[in-house]
Design a protein around this ligand. Sequence first.
Ligand code: BGC
Length: 677
Amino acid sequence: MKSIKKMVLVSAFAGTCLTTHAQATPPAIPADPAIEANIRQWLQRMTLEQKIGQMCEITIDVVSDLETSREKGFCLSEAMLDTVIGKYKVGSLLNVPLGVAQKKEKWAEAIKQIQEKSMKEIGIPCIYGVDQIHGTTYTLDGTMFPQGINMGATFNRELTRKSAEISAYETKAGCIPWTFAPVVDLGRDPRWARMWENYGEDCYVNTEMGVSAVKGFQGEDPNRIGAYHVAACMKHYMGYGVPVSGKDRTPSSISRSDMREKHFAPFLAAVRHGALSVMVNSGVDNGLPFHANRELLTEWLKEDLNWDGLIVTDWADINNLCTRDHIAATKKEAIKIAINAGIDMSMVPYEVSFCDYLKELVEEGEVSMERIDDAVARVLRLKYRLGLFDNPYWDIKKYDKFGSKEFAAVALQAAEESEVLLKNDAHTLPIAKGKKILLTGPNANSMRCLNGGWSYSWQGHVADDYTQAYHTIYEALCEKYGKENIIYEPGVTYAPYKNDNWWEENKPEIEKSVAAAAQADIIIACIGENSYCETPGNLTDLTLSENQRNLVKALAATGKPIVLVLNQGRPRIINDIEPLAKAVVNIMLPSNYGGDALANLLAGDANFSGKMPFTYPRLINALATYDYKPCENMGQMGGNYNYDSVMDIQWPFGFGLSYTNYKYNNLSNCSKLILQI
Ligand code: BGC
């Protein structure tokens, strides 16, 4: 059941009523006495080195035999396992081997080897974490779902829960127990390269979707994560989506009320619904890195909410306190600051000096034994809750629904519900069968573009190598309308991948598309962005590329009706070409079934129902979110001081058309509605 209005109305109220009396707050997750007794026993008999090892997380690259892997496929290095697990007692590993998705059998084999080593050397299982961001990102042949921003556009909690449940099942099919998802950053700055990873700009939508995803990932009982579920890791705590410069991992300046009411809201709700872990925002807010912020980490999250879950850093972020932020003179001091602020596990991730430094800090009295025991208890608790002590690895044969048609149908439904119809003048859509279609633009025949980042690889650049089973927009339209009715002439193409050059385009061939338009009844221009992820996705101009805008302008001159299909991770500015189009569909990043979904929608075999999860800007100096203040939209004041301030946006939050006409009447007073919710 979709209820967009309810979501919007209560947004401003989310996350406000929080008690400050820790004693009075019931535990966010009820403690399990048997688990707690086991933890106490471990803490009594573990050495300091063993305890610190549990707080350390290393990337799989460090324990990989890279040379042999290059020749024969991925394999681990026994010698490095001896150092990392044998000597340093490291309790957690992360990331995908060799930087690309692996078969589930390969995963299971590697994790079995890691777990056997861990149980032999430490007697405590390792916890392996992976970024399964939109479905099984890193397990080949699994089910990919639309990116978070698309799931936000569905406004469908149940679909979000189901997609997380399927992703958990398929993650477990590779013996992996922990996913670094869901992403509940509020994407409130359209310049930001990670806009597409979360559920949009609104705290309530992120809260509802985040909670649904946690339930889907973890199942009903956070103390007993079953065979088909994984531990969720909410990220990135918090306020990551509003960097002042618009660039990834650059400082924010968030007011206390926005932090409390908006950015904190999804974490508050998810923790209350049993979220087992949280990853910290890499950034700096009002001068203080989040990884050093004791108030936000320990007070707000652990004490105020009486939450016994685990806080893990993001990639290398303790080191960053020294090398990037300069709030610590040495790496050792950075560790002291972060652990004392409330970090339980450091995603180091390339070396083990964290263990040596932290040991020295404890011996010097700079970090208390109490803090270490608290952090280790949280790590062990997570491992017990996941059942890893009893089953550090398992037989993967029972996961026979992996990559099934049943799962694919849910991903297709999600893609259909997530693509947003923004304009449909003169009923240009649906396009009748038998029409000749010119398909153009750099995104028309690319699985990489449909998927975006976190797809088979971090930057998503290898997606086309692994997705032969799925349809690009071109292939899906050929299936739907017949190949003879589709003229494919891209006009603009992206340059081949080299050093994260996602924005580069080849020399345009616009004249070829224009010539081809003569044969067509209608033009579908698939424009937008190529895939990128995190900091490499930074940009300095949000305007859509000049080549792509020129392509649309040249095609408009032919007089043929144009449908714009926007396939992009963030809203690129298109105010000069939007008036040239009869219809506009914002498909964002709908993933492997996004081409089929689009074909169904364009043909009218499915109806549009997606709504904008963010405000689409019209002008670069007018970036906005829907929850602006009255003074931002007041027209011109009378008198001498004729200030003016108007919201000038392309499409508002919540906007989305369909093939159905709706008439609203007899609306009742808003305050009454709020009371009913
Ligand atoms: C990202 C996180 C991710 C982590 C581990 C970081 O660079 O910011 O979102 O979970 O890497 O891969």
